[in-house]
Write a protein that binds this ligand. Structure first.
Ligand SMILES: [Zn+2]
Length: 292
């Protein structure tokens, strides 16, 4: 599997430091590094790398999250009080900035973004409504309400994304928000009370009316918009008849191996435009060409 975007951060998460307030305090000096963010977007230095400052650059009312240890230095990110949290990453500048980063820095940024965003969206207790405060170096928030000692943890939302194979062809679909001619693997959130395999089968049946068997796991990807974990899977079907759910998809169809090869090569005459290398669907299709 080639490098998956947002995976492989170079920082040591150093959990033993998170849970030791004295040790954490001891690292918060002039040597510590503060990741520069513009809202939730990365700030890129002239060398095309993430830009870091010192803790002195943080606002007085900001909360600081401990990202981990990098090159012997404690690395932090800032949650300013006015940050409201993300809605959607429909920001061409963000994608251009992320394209400039190497894979380890992109992963560091992605993790920091997801964590900072979570803090910004969880300033109040979901149980009692009282303010929450940062704990464990930013990997927890505790309720400050009287008689409520709720603890809240950064969330990760599992999303399945999957190929279905039938007689050497794969099922791909088009969501209404996709750019023209883009097709990709179908995807959907895992729901409470189901396994990954059950979520794959349910989503494909809901969206395309296809019953699948033999679901296998292929790869995963942290996707910080805002906090997904993409779980890429493969499956088979014995009945290729498609009935699409038009609230989810504009179109779904079967594609031959040759059509996928052509699209993945970026050929303009290909039947469809493949998902970009940032997306785990790209790696899933590549895996299928090599292993399917
Ligand atoms: Zn509470």
């Amino acid at each position: 599997m080639s490098t998956i975007a947002f995976a492989g951060a170079g920082l040591d998460r150093a959990d033993h430091i998170r849970s030791d307030p004295a040790a954490l305090e001891g690292l918060m000096d002039w040597r510590a590094r503060l990741l520069r963010l513009d809202g939730l977007d990365p700030v890129i230095d002239p060398e095309g790398r993430l830009s870091w400052g010192t803790l002195g650059d943080a606002g007085a009312d900001s909360e600081l999250v401990f990202l981990g240890m990098g090159e012997g230095k404690a690395c932090f990110a800032e949650v300013p009080p006015a940050l409201n949290g993300s809605v959607a990453p429909a920001n061409p500048r963000l994608w251009a900035a992320m394209s400039a980063l190497d894979s380890a820095e992109l992963a560091t940024y992605g993790g920091a973004r997801a964590l900072v965003d979570w803090h910004a969206r969880h300033r109040f207790c979901a149980r009692c409504g009282a303010p929450t405060k940062l704990a464990k170096g930013g990997w927890q928030r505790n309720c400050t309400g009287e008689a409520c000692d709720a603890q809240h943890f950064p969330r990760v939302d599992p999303v399945t994304i999957m190929l279905v194979e039938h007689e050497g062809n794969v099922l791909l679909g088009r969501q209404p928000r996709f750019p023209p001619r883009r097709f990709s693997a179908l995807a959907g959130f895992v729901e409470p009370g189901e396994t990954i395999e059950e979520a794959v089968a349910r989503e494909i049946h809901e969206e395309a009316g296809v019953r699948v068997r033999d679901v296998i796991y292929v790869a995963s990807q942290p996707w910080p918009f805002p906090s997904s974990l993409m779980i890429a899977c493969h499956s088979h079907t014995d009945d290729p008849a498609i009935t699409i759910d038009t609230t989810e998809l504009d179109e779904a169809d079967w594609f031959t191996r040759a059509e996928v090869v052509q699209a993945m090569a970026g050929d303009e005459t290909a039947r469809f435009i493949a998902p970009p290398p940032f997306a785990v669907a790209h790696h899933l299709l590549k895996w299928w060409l090599e292993n399917g």
